[in-house]
Design a binder for this molecule. Structure first.
Ligand code: C5P
Length: 316
């Protein structure tokens, strides 16, 4: 029996809060999509989605301190490649929270990044969710989780999920999320991280060019498999309509998927818009063995293990 990683009774957002005087540290997870059905393009240019999000234990950490301007520094994954200016989703999230609450958009922010960028793991969205939660605490604005999720939805399709965490059904363009209760069972994953990222808009555009018809369909079978808590059953139900587009743009990902299956993974699929490939393991021990085997094959930049579901952006 594996230890639950995620409590379904989460009251973090229901307590009144005062402004913090010391630094506020927020940890936020990466996400994978266990099911991603892509529907037609809508008039606003987004695709209608039916997805099952799953937060996994691979984290970024954002620290917020009081300041009299808004500044952002970072270390770790993506340093030098990521803009730290006003176009960064963190800055946009802080400005959106300030506009919504009437608070000055002042904070000194520092990001410690472990989630690879442009990887299909929603790292940028995770950081925006962390910024909303961190500044809400720093400023004592005390918004409810639903209010933070509403601001999050204006910033990006999967940011509301990163505020929520756990496992959740996403609809609309992905921004409408409702928790999926799975009884706290832990699933074990191995991630194969690629050298170079893929652009999410380019992957969606390629999906359209390849016919734009999603085949993943309803997530009901996947949701039933989650309740069954049997990784062998779950393995058959994982689905991602963006996988063909990611493979079209990066054919060598096929070798990564094959390497994972050959090494004994129960299943392998591209994570979100890719290029990270994610493999399902039987348990923590199997995940460690699988990771070692994939590392030995040197088929990708880095290999990580992570279990899920875990909570969304939370103050440490
Ligand atoms: O919402 P987000 O900013 O994460 O979306 C990034 C890009 O991914 C969009 O600009 C769009 O090209 C594509 N996308 C989409 N349909 C969705 C979500 C994202 O076409 N439901």
């Amino acid at each position: 029996m594996t230890e639950p990683l995620f409590s379904e009774d989460d009251e973090e957002f229901d307590r009144p809060r005062l402004a913090a005087h010391g630094p506020v540290r927020v940890r936020v997870p990466a996400k994978i999509n266990l099911h991603l059905h892509v529907g037609p393009v809508r008039p606003d240019g987004f695709h209608e989605l039916t997805t099952v999000y799953h937060a996994i234990g691979l984290y970024d950490e954002l620290t917020a301190r009081r300041g009299d301007t808004l500044t952002l520094t970072m270390e770790g994954e993506g340093t030098g490649a990521l803009s730290l200016g006003e176009d960064n989703l963190i800055m946009r999230a802080v400005r959106a929270l300030a506009a919504e609450t009437g608070h000055d958009a002042f904070a000194r922010l520092h990001l410690k990044k472990q989630i690879p960028i442009a990887a299909g793991l929603a790292g940028g969205s995770a950081d925006a969710a962390a910024a909303l939660v961190a500044c809400d605490h720093l400023w004592g604005t005390g918004l409810a989780r639903d209010d933070l999720a509403a601001i999050a939805a204006t910033l990006g399709s999967d940011i509301p999920f990163l505020v929520l965490g756990g496992t959740a059904l996403g609809t609309g363009r992905g921004e409408l999320v409702s928790p999926v209760l799975t009884g706290g069972h832990a699933w074990h994953w191995v991630l194969a991280v690629a050298d170079e990222g893929l652009s999410t808009p380019v992957v969606y555009k390629t999906f359209d060019e390849l016919g734009g018809v999603g085949v993943a369909g309803s997530p009901d079978d996947l949701l039933a498999a989650l309740r069954q808590r049997d990784p062998e059953v779950l393995a058959d139900r994982l689905a991602n309509d963006l996988q063909a587009a990611a493979l079209h743009l990066r054919p060598e990902l096929r070798q990564v998927l094959d390497a994972g299956l050959d090494a004994g993974a129960l299943a392998g699929l591209v994570s979100g818009s890719g290029p990270t490939c994610v493999f399902l393991a039987e348990d923590a021990r199997h995940a460690a063995l699988l990771a070692a085997e994939l590392e030995a094959r040197a088929c990708c930049r880095a290999v990580r293990t992570a279990a899920g579901p875990v909570p969304g952006a939370r103050v440490l």
